[in-house]
Design a protein around this ligand. Structure first.
Ligand code: ZN
Ligand code: ZN
Length: 126
């Protein structure tokens, strides 16, 4: 019982940390414009509405060419990286070297070369 409570708390902390990261990038939009701006941009003299960069992008706002606000959401990048670690792709195949199964033409004895080829034959006996 205690363990599951701890787990919930940890999960909650993780989620709130992730939210803080994505919420950190605030940009500003105007009442009528279709661009988002840095807080200091002169276009914000008439109207100024804060929102997160990811939301601004979601709604189709473009980066202002005058104040050049950030165009990349750093929070999203962190998220995709951590997902990769959790999903973890299949481990790389370990190919064992085996002795070539072919016989040498000159002596008729078995080839002494080692090979990692799928057909069990060295480069010379392919
Ligand atoms: Zn601007
Ligand atoms: Zn061989």
């Amino acid at each position: 019982m205690q363990n599951s409570v701890k787990y919930c708390l940890l999960l909650f902390l993780l989620i709130s940390c992730a939210q803080i990261q994505t919420e950190a990038q605030t940009v500003y939009i105007t009442k009528t414009g279709r661009k988002y701006h840095k807080e200091t941009c002169r276009y914000l003299n008439h109207s100024k509405y804060p929102l997160t960069l990811s939301k601004a992008k979601e709604r189709g706002y473009e980066a202002c060419k005058v104040c050049k606000p950030a165009t990349k959401t750093t929070g999203a990048k962190v998220d995709s990286d951590s997902t990769k670690i959790i999903v973890s792709p299949t481990p790389p195949k370990v190919v064992k070297a085996v002795r070539c199964s072919a016989k040498t033409r000159s002596t008729g004895s078995r080839c002494k070369r080692m090979t990692k080829n799928a057909n069990g034959k060295c480069w010379q006996h392919q």
